[in-house]
Write a protein that binds this ligand. Sequence first.
Ligand SMILES: [Fe+2]
Length: 385
Amino acid sequence: MIVDQYTKVRKRSVDICRPLETEDYVVQPIADVSPPKWHLGHSTWFFETFLLLPHAKGYKAFDPNYNYVFNSYYESVGARVIRTDRGNLSRPTVEDIFRYREHVDEAMQDFLKDGLAPDIEELVILGCNHEEQHQELLLTDIKYILGHNPLFPSYGRDAFQAIAPDLPPAIDPGWTRVPEGIYGIGYKGQGFCFDNELGRHQVYLPAFQISRQTVTNGEYLEFMKSGGYTDFRHWHAEGWDWVRQHQVQAPLYWHPIEGEWMYYSWDGLQYPDWVAPVCHVSYYEASAYASWAGLRLPTEAEWETASEHISWGHRWEWTESAYLPYPGFAKAPGAIGEYNGKFMISQMVLRGASEATPPGHSRNTYRNFFHPSLRWQFTGIRLTK
Ligand SMILES: [Fe+2]
């Protein structure tokens, strides 16, 4: 039942925020990190704007001014607070936003009780998948907010375990061989997928081998110890500029304390788990590590082709592929057409899923994408040869 799917998804966003204090909901330490209360409001606005207002008879907006506050990037839906100002808003309050959620949830539950036309049902499912994407961002941003506070408050391992997906074992040594051939790429099932996965097509791949597990913290430490961050030969020009400009010497959340590395985890500052997959690296770092190891990152077509034979789900994995439309890609008409297509510039594709991805949200055709310098997401490295 679609109403059950809706209710379950909406509840999980609130559950993710349960360990937070009110002040944690409000701040925006960097432009990329949105305040948790903004995510809670924006995912609600999505249902109100694209379903209730145009399609639910007699529905009244909770507050017509919220469109200005919670519109993320939809040019077709009007003006909005600039992204970097999301953390400057003391109103609407956290309490207002929880009331907003209740108002929209009640209306949506009524709306979903009647049979829906197929195109409306599709929009509801998109709204649920959209909210799941924001659940991942909520965890990513909450970690950044707490992990960049000088007191290093903890989210709580138990709190995280309560909402985390069941993951396959992270340790799976060895390589998978994929023979030369022509392979199909892109979504082919009957269920939901994002528009950027469509345009299934064939690609030719020369033979390759792909590592069954992602690079560990211990392996990455070897790269650091052997001067990986000081040898320009492993870096793209843009990556080398980034390292020097920001004086990068380790993944995000690593802190040198009294001669030892510490890592900010769900349980606060801890010694790194050296056999765990390295996390919070930029594309520049992933690519430099691969170069140092005499290997390379997979392309997204290689990753997808090999995906049934490798262990994935712990980290979003940087690929060597630029984020581009598949053959035949078409933007949907109207505001929903702004969902993915307009971001197909200057970003790299990531494949897989992470410990912050809602259970069942990702699939082997899922295309995540970020600018190569970003590493606040739960990103990792897989190698290919
Ligand atoms: Fe969004």
